[in-house]
Write a protein that binds this ligand. Structure first.
Ligand code: PLP
Ligand code: COI
Length: 368
């Protein structure tokens, strides 16, 4: 099916001068473009009425299912203005596939990839004037999500759903900009359990991360690193990012640099940035390993210098170096607390591909 989206223009879009101010300094997730996409799913009819409509509030009955039992999934991806004036996003087919697998876990209907990708193109065409310029840190963050809209308090999969896509010009995710963050190694709470929803991108996972996040903030940390729920021993990931470790410096003769990330445990979100960095690190000549890494190895490795760099990665945060890891019994500094060379090279390479200034040898960029 090649979907035809209806278009209803916004009657009073944001004035051009205000839009320019926002795009020049957008922060993260604070401002939204003039329009949004809606697509409805109903039992018996499937997906119908794809539309671009003015951005604005949606009316929901107080008994709407999503408000009670959290049947909701979302995605996060970015679009970048390219040097030739086109707009492209990074591996959006992977987000479409993950959106479908999240839907399966939450008992929701799967949005066909063609509609997912079509919705991105439609919104970026209509709100093209909001695209941040090529070459800088800024991009357009796209947030597709799906909510259960049946009215009623029965605990069951909904018979109606609403897909929405909103777009937000975005700069650095962390308020401090692109600089190393401190991480709280959380031992009081876990993010996801075996058999739970950790591999799905559903709102409930993030609701459960807010208390640990507040605990991290009390300790002066910007992010939380979680351990596995079964043994409370193995590093999983952060609330919204995957983790990488760099072992060795490659300085001495015969020294290799090893890049390690926790293997997909069944409760870790399979990040698209994570997957891409495994490829790019190998191309940079690093030895690349997906394996379990314990909290003990992390802390000891930083203390004895075996671990030289640690960074977090994800769509919103791109690649963010970790300066320090704090825990109930103390803290260790990673390397000298600044951005390490492997972290910096990977960030440079990834962002150059995304901005169209390095060759896209893996066909990761898709023109929208
Ligand atoms: N882990 C979690 C829990 C996330 O929310 C995200 C962000 O989407 C990631 C990892 C990184 O995933 P990606 O690189 O696909 O953005
Ligand atoms: C993303 O990186 O897109 C995320 O979803 C992480 C966070 C903003 C929830």
């Amino acid at each position: 099916m090649s979907a035809q989206f209806s278009r209803t223009p916004h009657p009073s879009p944001v004035p051009a001068a205000r839009r320019a101010e926002i795009v020049a300094e957008p922060g993260f997730g604070r401002y939204f473009t003039d329009h949004m996409v809606t697509i409805t799913w109903s039992e018996g009819r499937g997906w119908h009425d794809p539309a671009v409509v003015p951005y604005g509030p949606i009316a929901l009955d107080p008994a709407t299912a999503v408000l009670h039992y959290g049947q909701e999934i979302f995605e996060g991806l970015k679009a970048y203005q390219q040097p030739d004036g086109s707009v492209a996003s990074f591996r959006p087919g992977e987000n479409a596939a993950r959106f479908r697998s999240s839907a399966v876990r939450l008992g929701m209907p799967q949005l066909p990839d063609e509609l997912f990708l079509g919705s991105l193109s439609e919104l970026l065409t209509v709100d093209r004037a909001w695209m941040p310029p090529a070459g800088g840190e800024e991009s357009m963050y796209l947030r597709p999500f799906l909510i259960a809209t049946e009215v009623g308090l029965g605990v069951k999969p909904s018979s109606e759903y609403l897909y929405l896509l909103i777009a937000s010009p975005a700069g650095a995710y962390f308020p401090g900009g692109v600089k190393p963050v401190d991480v709280w190694l959380c031992t009081d709470y876990t993010r996801a359990a075996p058999g739970g929803t950790g591999t799905a991108k559903c709102g409930g996972n993030y609701a459960a991360s807010l208390l640990p996040q507040a605990q991290a903030a009390e300790h002066g940390c910007q992010q939380v690193a979680y351990l596995d729920a079964a043994e409370r021993k193995w590093v999983e990931e952060m609330g919204g990012m995957n983790l990488f470790y760099v072992l060795g410096s490659g300085d001495g003769p015969g020294d290799t640099v090893e890049v390690v990330t926790p293997e997909l445990s069944g409760s870790i979100l399979a990040g698209i940035t994570r997957d891409s960095l495994l490829v790019l690190a190998k191309e940079l000549g690093c030895q690349v390993t997906e394996r379990r890494i314990s909290a003990q190895e992390w802390l000891q490795g930083c203390a004895d210098g075996r671990i030289t760099e640690v960074f977090a990665c994800g769509t919103a945060a791109v690649i963010t170096p970790v300066a320090r890891v704090k825990h109930n019994e103390g803290e260790v500094v990673v390397g000298d607390g600044t951005t390490g060379p492997v972290t910096a090279r990977l960030r440079e390479l990834l962002t150059a591909i995304q901005r169209g200034s390095a060759p896209d040898t893996h066909s990761w960029m898709r023109t929208l």
